[in-house]
Design a protein around this ligand. Structure first.
Ligand code: ATP
Ligand code: MG
Length: 236
């Protein structure tokens, strides 16, 4: 059974079809990368999953059968679907620990809170930076904090939009390790990224999006060898 099912999803902006009948299914425990050229619809997919963009048709389902297609942003978040946005949005005046507390969310159980924060600090490697204001962090650390904020809510579906954009090679390698460590049998991870070496390191399978549709799905090695993928994306 899949953890997340996108079925024939269509999202339109006026006359423009940003998602044009897109279908994909992510398994529990899987790390799936969604790749493709600028404007392919990758961020729009996350907007639809998180309730920011309303599909015109199609469905978004969780593994337990819950239909999120018409759910509100808050309902979707409560169902355990959490997202790291393309642009980091940590609160600079608050400490790392305080930011993680916010990530835990308004209905974060008080008893679990310290455990979750400690786990998020450990998983992101930010323990030594817990009391530092987020504004004083390096760009890479801000990205990890933002991932930590999502983790503090214990997501079942973790959505990451360009987690290594602007990171150094070292920071990118650390982020790949971090994402590898976030794999859990009861968690599906969907990551959008333009860095193909990173994608190859973290993803079980890739979905190549082009003009709101799936152009290819399978192992990264297969994508690299696919003539259409090379033509519209990798060869550019
Ligand atoms: N709110 C909106 N209103 C109108 N058009 C939009 C809106 N959001 C996205 N689009 C358009 O939909 C298309 C897909 O955009 P999207 O942001 O999903 O692409 P992307 O694959 O994430 O690209 P990138 O790699 O540059 O982040 C683009 O042509 C974009 O201009
Ligand atoms: Mg995008």
């Amino acid at each position: 059974m899949s953890a997340l099912v996108i079925d024939s999803l269509e999202v339109v902006f006026g006359a423009f079809r940003a998602l044009d009948g897109l279908s994909l299914a992510v398994d529990p425990g899987e790390v799936r990368a969604v790749i493709g050229p600028n404007g392919a619809g990758k961020t729009t997919l996350l907007d639809a999953i998180t309730g920011i963009a309303r599909p015109r048709s199609g469905r978004i389902l969780l593994g337990d059968g819950r239909d999120l297609t018409q759910a509100s942003e808050a309902e979707i978040a409560r169902a355990g679907v959490r997202r790291k946005f393309q642009k980091p949005s940590v609160f600079p005046a608050l400490t790392v620990r305080e930011n993680l507390g916010l990530g835990c969310g308004p209905d974060c159980p008080a008893r679990e809170r310290p455990v979750r924060l400690a786990r998020a600090l450990a998983e992101t490697g930010l323990e030594a930076r817990a009391s530092v204001p987020a504004g004083a962090l390096a760009h890479g650390e801000k990205q990890w904090l933002e991932i930590g904020m999502v983790l503090a809510s214990e997501p079942r579906v973790l959505l990451l939009d360009e987690p290594v954009a602007g990171l150094s090679d070292d920071e990118t390698a650390r982020t790949a390790e971090l994402i590898g460590a976030l794999r859990r049998p009861d968690r599906a991870i969907l990551v959008i990224e333009h860095d193909m070496a990173f994608v190859e390191a973290v993803a079980d399978r890739v979905t190549v999006l082009h003009e709101g549709r799936t152009l290819f799905e399978g192992a990264m090695a297969g994508a690299r060898a696919d003539a259409r993928v090379i033509d519209v994306f990798l060869g550019r």
